[in-house]
Design a protein around this ligand. Structure first.
Ligand code: SF4
Length: 307
C-alpha cells in the first residue's frame, strides 16, 4: 500500500473513528474467528463490545510497563502496536511462525497488564479495525508516528509488532518513516532478508529464538551464526526456589528485561525471563528437559557454549 500524504508535520491529533462496521457484516465475515464473533455479541461491565468497537479512539499505538522501563533506563520514548496475536481474532494468522514455535499460549499478549480485560478488548478492537479498515488503519498509524516524531524527535522508538509478527502490512510505514527508529521482534528469518533487500536501516530486528523443536532450535542457532540480534526466553522468573541466570549465560547473553531499546545494543545475544505462567510448570520443565519455547537452564547453557 502507498501512503498518501507527507507525514512530516502532524502537530495535533484528534480522537478518531473509522466508518462504523455493521454487526451483521462482522458476524457473517469469514475473516473473523468464532472467538471474535462471541466477543462482539458480549458485554464488558454492562457495555456492549460491539458498541465499544465503533467508539472513537485516541491512539492506536500505546505504552506498556516495558516502555516505561525503557524510558527510565534510556530516556527513549517507546510506543507499541498491540494486536490480538496469531489466530485469536483474525482467521488468517498474524503470527506465521506461532504454531511451529509453540508460543501462542504463553504469548506476552496474555501476561501482566496486557492480559487484563481492558487491554485485551483494545487489542481485539484494533485487530478488527485493521482487518476491515486496513488503509485507514495504516494512515492513522502514519499520523500518530508523525505526531510523535514532532514531539519526541530522535528519542522516539516504535515497535509495530508488539503482539503480532507481520511485515507486509507495515512495509510502507518502515519505508516512509526512514527517520524513525523501529525495534521489531520476529520468529521468521525471512523478515531479516526483506529488511536487507529493502535497505531498512531504521529497523532493528531481533530474532526471537525458540527451543520448541529441532527445526526452530536450529533456526535460532542459524540466526546467531548469521550475526543477527537474537533473544531467548528463559524458563525462569528467578523467583525463590528457581534457577538464577548464571555468569556463564551472562557472558554470552545480555539482560533484555531492563528496557526495550535494542537499537543501541552492542551485544547481539540477549535473554528474557518468562513473564506469565506457573512456577510448577517451570519446575516440571526443568525436570523433564522437554523441548519448549522457553529454554531450561541446561538448554540455555548448551546454547551459550555454541554461541
Ligand atoms: S509470534 Fe510472538 S506475538 Fe505471536 S503468538 Fe508467538 S509470542 Fe505471541
Amino acid at each position: 500500500m502507498i501512503l498518501k500524504k507527507d507525514y512530516q508535520g502532524v502537530k495535533r491529533l484528534k480522537p478518531f473513528t473509522f466508518k462504523p462496521l455493521a454487526l451483521e457484516t462482522l458476524l457473517n465475515s469469514n475473516k473473523l474467528t468464532d472467538y471474535a464473533k462471541t466477543w462482539l455479541k458480549s458485554e464488558t461491565q454492562g457495555v456492549s463490545n460491539y458498541g465499544y468497537l465503533n467508539k472513537p479512539m485516541d491512539f492506536l499505538l500505546s505504552k506498556s510497563a516495558k516502555t516505561e522501563k525503557t524510558k527510565k533506563e534510556t530516556g527513549k520514548i517507546q510506543y507499541v502496536l498491540f494486536l490480538s496475536p496469531h489466530n485469536k481474532v483474525s482467521k488468517k494468522t498474524l503470527c506465521p511462525w506461532a504454531e511451529q514455535n509453540g508460543c501462542f499460549l504463553t504469548c506476552l499478549a496474555w501476561s501482566g497488564q496486557l492480559g487484563m480485560e481492558v487491554a485485551d478488548n483494545a487489542k481485539i478492537k484494533r485487530t478488527i479495525l485493521m482487518i476491515f479498515h486496513f488503509e485507514a488503519f495504516i494512515q492513522r498509524i502514519a499520523d500518530e508516528l508523525s505526531f510523535l516524531h514532532q514531539k519526541y524527535k530522535d528519542l522516539l522508538i516504535i515497535r509495530l509488532n508488539g503482539t503480532q509478527d507481520l511485515f507486509k502490512q507495515f512495509k510502507s510505514i518502515y519505508e516512509m518513516f526512514s527517520f524513525i527508529s523501529f525495534v521489531e521482534y520476529s520468529k521468521g528469518l525471512a523478515y531479516f532478508e526483506k529488511d536487507k533487500k529493502l535497505g531498512l536501516s531504521n529497523v532493528t530486528r531481533v530474532f526471537s529464538g525458540s527451543n520448541a523443536n529441532e527445526t526452530v532450535r536450529n533456526r535460532t542457532i542459524k540466526a546467531i551464526k548469521d550475526g543477527h540480534h537474537v533473544v531467548i526466553a528463559l524458563n525462569t522468573k528467578e523467583c525463590k526456589k528457581e534457577w538464577k541466570v548464571s555468569d556463564q549465560i551472562r557472558s554470552k547473553f545480555m539482560d533484555a528485561d531492563k528496557h526495550d531499546d535494542r537499537s543501541a545494543d552492542t551485544i547481539k545475544l540477549k535473554f528474557l525471563r518468562m513473564k506469565g505462567g506457573k512456577q510448577s510448570d517451570r519446575n516440571n520443565l526443568e525436570k523433564s528437559q522437554d523441548q519448549d519455547f522457553f529454554w531450561t537452564e541446561k538448554q540455555a547453557l548448551e546454547l551459550a557454549a555454541i554461541a
